[in-house]
Design a protein around this ligand. Structure first.
Ligand SMILES: CC(C)(COP(=O)(O)OP(=O)(O)OC[C@H]1O[C@@H](n2cnc3c(N)ncnc32)[C@H](O)[C@@H]1OP(=O)(O)O)[C@@H](O)C(=O)NCCC(=O)NCCS
Length: 171
């Protein structure tokens, strides 16, 4: 079995924040989220008005990946969410290329479908080819560029969109 198959995907809870933070700082050294950002996101992840879905991948006692999605806006007709943003997705380096990123993304798209979102957006560093390939495999398309979005370094962000997350392309 690969590392991906042995990892269990489950809802992220507050007690996961410390191990997730450690991974976050390792994988996003320039612009890691703070502890408070994770707390704030998880505060909107439960209950009838929930707008967030956060998942972790756990292997034995270790968190080896995590991902989060935010539903935003409302459809004027029925009040359902109109769109969603991939807030974050990350896999520990020793599990890259095992399909775990794909499993996490599949889970987020399932959540977007449950939130009745008609499209999913994300930003990705122009130099993050591995992530772009993952998104393209799921049918995301580049729809724009945000100049100097990532600081420090003044790195551009690609804005990518997937229309109809209920039918991702050939993940
Ligand atoms: C981007 C990231 C989440 C991808 O995670 P990953 O686990 O390597 O993703 P996957 O294994 O699903 O896909 C990567 C490659 O492995 C291949 N792969 C190998 N074994 C696989 C398997 N059993 N099942 C599916 N894919 C497999 C895939 O085909 C894919 O290749 P491709 O993209 O060239 O088509 C990970 O590299 C990461 O955490 N990077 C640092 C944080 C980051 O940049 N996050 C994104 C911010 S926009």
């Amino acid at each position: 079995m690969t590392g991906s198959e042995t990892a269990v995907l489950r809802e992220m809870r507050w007690w996961d924040i410390e191990p997730v933070l450690a991974l976050e700082r390792e994988l996003f050294p320039d612009d890691a989220w703070s502890r408070g950002m994770f707390w704030s996101e998880l505060a909107h992840a439960r209950g009838p008005g929930a707008t967030r879905c956060y998942v972790v991948a756990q292997e034995d006692d270790r968190i080896v990946g995590y991902a989060g999605l935010a539903a935003s806006g409302t459809d004027s007709d029925d009040g359902s969410a109109a769109g969603a943003d991939i807030q974050t997705i990350a896999v520990t380096r020793d599990h890259w290329g095992t399909g775990l990123g794909s499993r996490l993304l599949t889970e987020l798209l399932r959540a977007a479908t449950a939130f009745e979102c008609s499209e999913v957006l994300l930003e990705c560093r122009v130099d993050n080819v591995r992530a772009q390939k993952l998104y393209e495999r799921f049918g995301f398309e580049i729809i724009g560029v945000r100049r100097g979005y990532y600081q420090p370094g003044n790195v551009d962000a690609l804005v990518m969109r997937l229309t109809d997350p209920s039918t991702p392309a050939n993940p």
